[in-house]
Design a protein around this ligand. Structure first.
Ligand SMILES: Cc1cc2nc3c(=O)[nH]c(=O)nc-3n(C[C@H](O)[C@H](O)[C@H](O)COP(=O)(O)OP(=O)(O)OC[C@H]3O[C@@H](n4cnc5c(N)ncnc54)[C@H](O)[C@@H]3O)c2cc1C
Length: 474
């Protein structure tokens, strides 16, 4: 039996694809295009085990893939034509909903939006929320430890997961779908697999934390005079609203203007009048009538301290959704506008103004026409320091000339501020050089040892996160 015949025997002939693989082989940003030996679409954990075991026996590398919305080139194969893409989208069943334990157990290929909807149908909330939620999968969210817009209140994907089922690189299953909130029985393997970007094993199912949904939500679009004012306002809101502060997103003038240009139907509030804008969200188990006075007091204090230049408070859920859509439209508008350079970084919240000033100063001094499309989950210290080529420039040539230099300015400033060059999108193929160059040497050594111990043949997503190492496969 050939290797492809073995794959077909495991998952069924219809679920091994070898032609017209564009949507699988190219990443969401169109930056990475590989060539797969085949795309395998398993329908069960047993099938994943069998595929992984077959790959291990044949020394064929595996690239796990969910919705292929990752932004760091981690879910597409390399150019060799010898890797198997293991796409989990057929594994999309809900295995269990335990309303008393507040947990939902789903297979890895469940689309995030479907998980949110399943929780909502039971009167509960699964709070992970990001602009790709209509296509990304829970397996991908956990493998990349996704963040999104509610991290301030609920944490990253990591904090929202109580248990995992994982197929190991030698084809065994680790069944860790416990749903326990306390389980200190040795090393925490769940946390090791979360964020490992498919390099240590295949996540096949997860037990997720649910929450009672808020009774009321208030959303405001706030324009601020400078980034420092936004940070002061965050501090004020945290003190006055406490844990009910759910979201605090920052957007620069050029970012909002770009969303307005490509999505005018969203009617973005006037971007040009102010340099920075914030979407602030409060949610509470108390009714709006009870919460609103405190919310308004916080806004008044912001105006009095000149932290707020203008504010619109959404008067309906529909209006709040529209304000959020403006924020979420920014990455989509960037894609429509043309080539761009993205930097997903984090710095301590208190140092954000210093970081922004340093990078903007360096970039504008050398490249006065560069467009800074800045946004971020600033409540988590996470900035998307994105840049677009000057107006009218198609972008490719501009970034071929200046891209590396721009990126160095951003990451050096991140280092100087004690931050991280990779906040929530992961390392993938995109940042392996940065990891090798900027990660603490001891941490890097420990990571390499973990990889070698769990995946000695280096067949799980090789060259992602850690650089590929030549392996004697015997
Ligand atoms: C418009 C847009 C907005 C976004 N906004 C955010 C945001 O706000 N916050 C944020 O954190 N991210 C954001 N992202 C990126 C984000 O990481 C992904 O959208 C999502 O988490 C990835 O899920 P996916 O199913 O598409 O994974 P994929 O892209 O398919 O894979 C991502 C990584 O996980 C691995 N992987 C996938 N499935 C598995 C599995 N079952 N087992 C093991 N490894 C697996 C892959 O090999 C790859 O390394 C955004 C992306 C887009 C396109």
């Amino acid at each position: 039996m050939t290797f492809l015949e073995t794959l077909r025997a495991i998952v069924g002939t219809d679920h091994v694809l070898t032609h017209q693989l564009d949507g699988y082989e190219m990443d969401w940003r169109g930056l990475y295009r590989g060539r797969a030996l085949a795309v395998a679409l398993p329908g069960s954990t047993d099938q994943v085990c069998a595929v992984v075991a077959a790959c291990s026996a044949a020394r064929v590398a595996i690239v796990p893939q969910g919705g292929n919305t990752g932004l760091v080139g981690g879910a597409v194969p390399d150019q060799s034509g010898r890797q198997v893409l293991l796409n989990l989208r057929r594994m999309n069943r809900v295995r269990d909903l335990d309303e008393k334990n507040l947990t939902l157990t789903v297979e890895a290929g469940c689309v995030l939006e479907a998980v949110q909807e399943r929780a909502a149908a039971a009167g509960l909330l699964f709070p992970l929320s990001l602009a790709a939620e209509g296509s990304c999968t829970i397996g991908g969210n956990l493998a990349s430890n996704a963040g999104g817009t509610q991290v301030l209140r609920y944490g990253n994907a990591r904090e929202l997961c109580l248990g995992l089922e994982v197929v190991t690189p030698d084809g065994r299953v680790w069944s860790g779908l416990s749903g326990l909130r306390k389980d200190h029985s040795g090393y925490d393997l769940r946390q090791l697999y979360i964020g490992s970007e498919g390099t240590l094993g295949v996540i096949t199912a997860a037990t997720l934390r649910l929450f009672p949904p808020p009774a009321s939500t208030m959303t405001a679009w706030i324009s601020v005079p400078c980034a420092g004012a936004a940070i002061e306002l965050l501090s004020l809101a945290q003190k006055q609203l406490g844990p009910t502060l759910t979201g605090f997103e920052i957007m620069g003038r050029e970012a909002v203007a770009l969303a307005d240009k490509h999505f005018p139907q969203l009617r973005a509030p006037d971007a040009q009048a102010y340099p920075w804008h914030v979407v602030l969200e409060q949610s509470s188990h108390l009714l709006e009538a009870t919460e609103r006075p405190q919310f308004e007091t916080m806004l008044e204090a912001g105006f009095e301290r000149a932290l707020i230049a203008d504010a619109i408070v959404a008067e309906s859920a529909e209006q709040a959704k529209r304000l959020w859509h403006v924020r979420e439209a920014i990455p989509l508008a960037q894609a429509k506008e043309g080539a761009n350079l993205k930097h997903d970084v984090s710095v301590p919240i208190s140092r954000i103004p210093e970081f922004l000033e340093a990078v903007e100063g360096a970039l504008r001094a050398a490249l006065p026409d560069i467009r800074l499309v800045l946004l971020g989950h600033v409540g988590d210290g996470n900035l998307h320091y994105n840049v677009q080529a000057p107006e009218g420039d198609t972008g490719g040539a501009y970034f071929a000339r200046h891209g590396d230099w721009i990126t160095r300015q951003v990451y050096d400033a991140v280092d100087a501020c004690g931050g991280s060059f990779s906040a929530e999108h992961g390392v993938g193929a995109f940042k392996t050089d940065e990891l090798a160059h900027r990660k603490d040497a001891v941490a890097l050594d420990l990571m390499q040892r973990i990889k070698a111990a769990l995946d000695p043949l280096h067949l799980m997503n090789p060259g992602r996160v850690l650089k590929a190492v030549p392996v004697d496969v015997g």
